[in-house]
Design a protein around this ligand. Sequence first.
Ligand code: DGP
Length: 115
Amino acid sequence: MAMHDDCIFCKIANHVIESDYIYEDNVVAAFRDMSPLAPTHVLVVPKDHYADLADGVPAETAAALLHAVDEVAKAEGITESGFRVVANAGGDAGQAVHHLHLHVLGGCRLTDDFA
Ligand code: DGP
């Protein structure tokens, strides 16, 4: 599974377009959401293209995504205060960008209307 030329998150994850990166390794990149809903609102995405969590994501990639969430929480100083992870998949979830991404939200009290 490689990069899709017309996918914005493929471009950001692979530095075709630069963004505000919080964490990166060989498998994933994490960068700030352009429309933040909380003081910390970071998107964790794989460098390879998967549409969503139901798109045959390899276990190694899933593990890298979760590791990156932990790294983002540490970098943002929200490990102790708490944070939320959201992954929208498909139309009923309102997924707008069809490249798998985990929203990491924190830095304030999160009510039910966050992501
Ligand atoms: P979702 O509904 O889960 O697909 O949310 C997509 C999120 O992606 C939304 O919070 C806005 C964010 N987003 C969309 N395009 C860009 C972009 O080009 N750069 C960044 N940093 N965030 C983006």
